[in-house]
Write a protein that binds this ligand. Structure first.
Ligand code: KG4
Ligand code: ZN
Length: 335
């Protein structure tokens, strides 16, 4: 059987990434050029700055990815690219580069949804089996996605306001941390206790939706009040309390979905899937379900990267889901 080698592109936000992926589950290379330092002074991603960095980096990323994978364009079966959701100017850089290469080398062009890419990062940990449920937690999205079969995605619940990662970043900013703050809060939380008992919004409601803006406000009010009265708060406990509140609602809604949907796997993916508290909680939760396998995206592939786009692109390749040269960036793309 002939190998399928996909050259994949990701440039939806603040990571320029190019990867070479074999048969959807083997990474031959995965180059990630992060721009985080350039955005940190602004406390978040500045779209214009992001686009400019992508343009500067993308050709080096292509070169490095192909060199590391030891492949030439002759070896490539298809080109896959994130075309949404994300920042339009950022997406356009990857889309233009992928189109140029597909056109020049007469290769099929596979359009990939960034969120499907996050889910398919799990395929590098264990083969995705259907039906599956994905808890998709990132900086821009928080969703429970039911996949009855390959290539079918149904959002059964999502956040009504902030995404989980967004809440981590906003709370981190109040604590004086650099953007993005998720990892730092996670590390601090490890040595703290849940002493503040922040709200668990919508935890008991009969749906699969989330809300994190109330938690964010409760956190900010607590910190502001303490500084007004000159009280010193325990930072580790603050972090642990915030994290536990987020983890509790993610866990509760995921368990509810697992009870009501008959699935073989629960997939944990997206930037926030790197969270240690969340990973541990789901290990505990899944012990209650006999025949459901927990598949966590590998830690180094939770954040944005092109290898996951290559894995999702392989599915598109199998289904011959190809785009032509009119492919455009779709900043608000949904499943
Ligand atoms: O998926 P991602 O790389 O980009 C988007 O598509 O949004 O997710 C980035 C988000 C950021 O909000 C970041 O703070 C969060 O993932 N994050 C974490 C952790 N590592 C990254 N949140 C909680 N705990 C972590 N360990
Ligand atoms: Zn992402």
């Amino acid at each position: 059987k002939k190998e399928t080698i996909i050259l994949a592109f990701e440039s939806s936000c603040d990571e320029t990434s190019v990867a070479v992926v074999k048969n959807g589950n083997e990474i031959l290379s995965n180059i990630v050029a992060t721009q985080i330092k350039s955005h940190q002074r602004f406390g978040g991603v500045v779209p214009e700055v992001a686009s400019r960095h992508h343009i500067e980096q993308i050709n080096y990323c292509i070169e490095d990815a192909m060199k590391e994978a030891q492949v030439t364009f002759e070896d490539i079966s298809a080109v896959a690219v994130t075309f949404g959701p994300g920042l339009v100017g950022a997406l356009l850089v990857g889309v233009a580069a992928a189109k140029a290469i597909a056109f020049a080398h007469n290769l099929p062009l596979i359009p990939v949804n960034h969120m499907a890419g996050h889910i398919y990062a799990a395929n590098f940990a264990s083969e995705i089996k259907f039906p599956a449920l994905a808890l998709l937690v990132s900086g821009g999205h928080t969703e429970l996605v039911y996949m009855p079969k390959e290539n079918v995605f149904q959002i059964i619940g999502e956040t009504r306001d902030d995404a989980a990662g967004e809440a981590f970043d906003k709370v981190g900013r109040v604590m004086g941390m650099k953007y993005p703050a998720g990892k730092e809060i996670d590390q601090l939380a490890a040595s703290g206790k849940d002493t503040f008992n922040f709200p668990r919004a919508m935890e008991k409601e009969d749906n699969y939706d989330f809300s994190f803006s109330g938690l964010k406000s409760a956190f900010i009010n607590t910190v502001h009040h303490a500084s007004q009265v000159g009280e010193e708060l325990n930072k580790a406990d603050l972090a642990a309390s915030f994290e536990q509140s987020v983890v509790d609602v993610l866990s509760a809604k995921t368990k509810k979905a697992l009870q009501n949907f008959n699935v073989k796997q629960l997939i944990l993916a997206g930037g926030v899937a790197a969270n240690q508290g969340l990973r541990k909680q789901l290990d505990i939760d899944l012990a209650e379900f006999d025949n459901i396998e927990l598949v966590k995206a590998p830690l180094n592939l939770c954040g944005d990267n092109a290898a996951m786009i290559g894995a999702a692109g392989y599915v598109g390749y199998k289904h011959q889901n190809f785009a032509d040269m009119s492919l455009n960036a779709e900043p608000s793309l949904e499943f």
